[in-house]
Design a binder for this molecule. Structure first.
Ligand SMILES: Cc1cc2nc3c(=O)[nH]c(=O)nc-3n(C[C@H](O)[C@H](O)[C@H](O)COP(=O)(O)O)c2cc1C
Length: 172
């Protein structure tokens, strides 16, 4: 089982074909989210899947007008129904857990021949109003999903290994 090639193949897709995603395929993406790990197995994630074109346009406006957001046939709005639980390490669980689950989706999407893009630039309250999301729920991120209408970038701009990894002692 070789996972690294799938991870390497993923890139942010910001141009989509006008082609729907089958419900069966979509539910396989969501199965990848469902079985993700979470702190104390809390599974606080909730996903609102948007296919309706008027709602996609509204979400595009809530996402600072990033036009490709409305062009993607599917937008997964990743939320947390959370009590703001903080782990012993001092970090809140919910953003971590939701992000892990959403990245599972992004990687399963690669396997299905689909492209995705994370969307963190959006107005929380606008998204909640558009989708009727209750006050206590957090919208953590959105993910556009669809068939890419663009080529992968020739290179990935990333830091070198020694800039981000050290052994035994902090030595950056
Ligand atoms: C939490 C998060 C939020 C992001 N928000 C946006 C966004 O609002 N708009 C966008 O075009 N890309 C967004 N991105 C995509 C990043 O810009 C992208 O992942 C990064 O530049 C690396 O490129 P790659 O995904 O093609 O490897 C986001 C990525 C992450 C992980």
């Amino acid at each position: 089982m070789d996972v690294l090639p799938v991870i390497k193949k993923r890139f942010s897709v910001r141009k989509y074909q006008d082609k729907p995603v089958d419900r069966e395929v979509l539910m396989r993406l969501m199965e990848a989210a469902r079985i993700a790990p979470s702190a104390s197995n809390r599974q606080e994630w909730r996903f609102v899947i948007i296919e309706d074109s008027a709602k996609r346009v509204a979400l595009c406006q809530a996402a600072m007008g990033q036009s490709f957001v409305s062009k993607a046939p599917v937008i997964i709005v990743a939320c947390a129904e959370t009590d703001d639980h903080v782990m012993a390490c001092g970090e809140k669980c919910y953003p971590i857990d939701v992000a892990i689950a959403l990245q599972h989706v992004a990687l399963q999407a690669v396997h299905e021949g689909l492209g995705t893009c994370w969307i963190g630039a959006f107005e929380q309250e606008k998204v909640k109003t558009i989708l009727g999301i209750p006050e206590g729920v957090r919208v953590v991120d959105m993910l556009t999903v669809g068939y890419a209408d663009c080529d992968p970038p020739s290179t990935k701009r990333r830091k070198d290994m020694e800039e981000i990894v050290c052994f035994e002692k902090w030595s950056f």
